[in-house]
Design a protein around this ligand. Structure first.
Ligand code: SAH
Ligand code: SF4
Length: 390
């Protein structure tokens, strides 16, 4: 594995652009306040204006300053002159036979990322991307074959939720009775990219999403999935406080080095130490261990028993993910009998061990299948197999 593990990627500056208009979406309250003052809002009024604009955008879903009727007309004109309320552009929207919706979104620079909406009984989960591509090269992951292009801005992350709410017609109607049913009730940071290598962007975006006067999703309805960026795990607890999932996938360092190469930097023991602290630091309950079932690679009874031993003492749920195939993938999905036998050992040891039903496979929207077709610099099949073997 030679790909560098760095955070040395481009982020878009948040200053008021010369001439152009600044996008409000994704600014934290403090940043919005500073931007409104810079644009000429008197300091004394700034806090109130932030609250008003915030509600229009994130509670009501309004995109046009002219419709912000509790603001003076000339102030609306000033805002329209200096700011915009811009979302990623929807390039395509595919709807799976099972109702899953996959959005291909175009962002600044012409890059493309995907977001996936998964409707379930009584809830709906939006799977959000945090980067274009990924610096990591997990050998079973389609996104990992695409080089990292850049981190998403907070606005591009929040924008994925807003696009989904637009498509689902989920903004509240003014005057209508308050409807508590939410179509997008949960967010998982499990799309393209490693969220903890875009820590600040993800943190700011989630703080916008969690804000009570806006999108208002509770931190317990947000799950961040990491491949194991150990130094950022405690910060995630402290600065975001969401639920944590970890891409565990193997029970020995030897196998995990191959599947999740970041393991060479932070091995299983180091990762588990960080995870042990997480529930206390974040005041949350269980950690989700994600475990992709790869035929003959990590799916033996012995693996299941080792897994249970390793995580002893950590409040956990183990989410077994049947491997989702993609063109050129060097692995195969374990058989259903094998997955069930594995689940059974874990269950008998006292852990919930749900098997994740693949959703949206017909539109390549399932876990690990996301990848923007337009990005260049992808690896060849030969390269993928060589890395998986070595
Ligand atoms: N980078 C983060 C989040 C994105 S991946 C992470 O690695 O955790 C989201 C989940 O999908 C991870 O658990 C990942 O291991 C899993 N995944 C990736 N490729 C997959 C595939 N082909 N089949 C099934 N799950 C996969
Ligand atoms: Fe990146 Fe996660 Fe895929 Fe690994 S599994 S390559 S960390 S997106």
């Amino acid at each position: 594995m030679s790909a560098p593990i760095t955070q040395d990627v481009l982020t878009i500056p948040r200053k008021l652009p010369e001439g152009g208009r600044m996008n409000i979406v994704g600014l934290t309250r403090d940043q919005l306040r500073a931007a409104l003052i810079e644009a000429g809002t008197p300091e004394k009024q700034a806090k109130m204006r932030v609250g008003q604009v915030w509600q229009w955008i994130y509670h009501w879903g309004v995109r046009d300053f002219a419709l912000m009727t509790n603001l003076a007309k000339d102030y609306r004109a000033l805002l329209a002159d200096k700011f915009e309320i811009a979302l990623p552009e929807v390039v395509t929207r595919q709807v799976s036979a099972d109702g899953t919706r996959k959005y291909l979104l175009r962002i600044a620079g012409g890059h493309e990322v995907e977001a996936v909406y998964i409707p379930e009984e009584g809830r709906g989960t939006l799977c959000v991307s945090s980067q274009v591509g990924c610096t990591l090269t997990c050998s079973f992951c389609h996104t990992g074959t695409q080089k990292l292009v850049r981190n998403l801005t907070p606005g591009e992350i929040v924008g994925q939720l807003m696009v989904a709410r637009d498509d689902l017609g989920e903004w509240p109607k003014q005057g209508a009775p308050k409807d508590e049913t939410r179509l997008v009730s949960n967010i998982v940071l499990m799309g393209m990219g490693e969220p903890l290598y875009n820590f600040d962007g993800v943190r700011d975006a989630m703080n916008v999403v969690m804000d009570n006067e806006g999108l208002s999703l509770s931190r317990r309805r947000i799950t961040l999935s990491t491949s194991g960026v150990v130094p950022e795990i405690a910060r995630t607890a402290e600065e975001i406080g969401c639920l944590l999932a970890v891409s565990f996938h193997a029970t020995t360092d030897e196998v995990r080095n191959k599947l999740v190469p970041i393991n060479k930097r932070w091995n299983i023991a180091t990762l588990l130490d960080a995870l042990r602290e997480y529930p206390r630091l974040s005041n949350s309950e269980r950690i989700t261990f994600e475990y992709v079932m790869l035929d003959g690679v990590n799916d033996s009874d012995e693996d299941a028993r080792r897994l249970v031993k390793l995580i002893r003492g950590i409040p956990a749920k183990i989410n077994l993910i049947p491997f989702n195939e993609w063109p050129g993938a060097p692995y195969q999905r374990s058989s259903w009998d094998r997955i069930e036998a594995f689940a059974d050992i874990i269950y008998k040891a006292g852990y919930a061990s749900p098997i994740r039903t693949p959703r949206g496979e017909d539109i390549m929207a399932a876990c690990g299948q996301l990848k923007s077709a337009t990005e260049r610099g992808r690896k060849s099949r030969a390269q993928i197999s060589a890395e998986a073997a070595g």
